[in-house]
Design a protein. Structure first.
Length: 170
């Protein structure tokens, strides 16, 4: 099944889709998920294709476990690119959970490595994020272009960049 991070995301979404029940943090969850805070992205795939992905750039909850619970439900029910996950799809889903490290400002696209770093682009109140090591994203230019599109920032507009590392659990 994978890590405790993935197990929590899976149990959460299954309980929500089947019974519309939001899990409380289960007893079995290890202390590291209860005692640390971080931004978290939960990604869902089916047949190798993205089925949902929602996350937080920084911590919004009391701990990583709560962050996973909120984002697992959102990835399955609130990603505007996809319809809600249906109960009959649950057995086909493949989960991954990315825990984000602290971001750091960068001055140049040359400071990016698509395998190692995710990118955040910001212009005014608009922000876009792209996780690292995504299939089909092979260059920093592609990574930044996709993040800009997600934020609604035109390539010619001024924007700032940050990079961050993740720990990905599958």
């Amino acid at each position: 099944m994978g890590s405790d991070y993935v197990k929590l995301a899976k149990e959460t979404l299954e309980a929500y889709v089947r019974d519309r029940k939001r899990l409380n943090v289960p007893e079995w969850v290890p202390p590291e998920l209860k005692n640390k805070r971080a931004g978290v992205f939960v990604s869902l795939k089916t047949g190798g294709m993205l089925r949902g992905c929602i996350g937080t750039i920084g911590p919004t909850c009391v701990n990583i476990a709560e962050e996973i619970i909120n984002n697992a439900i959102s990835a399955g029910t609130c990603d505007p690119r996809f319809p809600e996950v249906r109960p009959e799809e649950l057995n086909e889903l493949v989960y991954s959970v990315d825990v984000l490290g602290a971001s750091e400002k960068i001055d140049s696209i040359k400071e990016l490595d698509v395998k190692r770093y995710g990118v955040i682009v910001t212009s005014g109140f608009r922000r876009g994020l792209l996780l690292p090591d995504l299939e089909g994203v092979d260059t920093p230019e592609q990574q930044v272009e996709i993040a800009l599109q997600k934020a609604g920032i035109r390539v010619k507009e001024p924007y700032e960049m940050e990079r961050f590392e993740v720990v990905r659990y599958k």
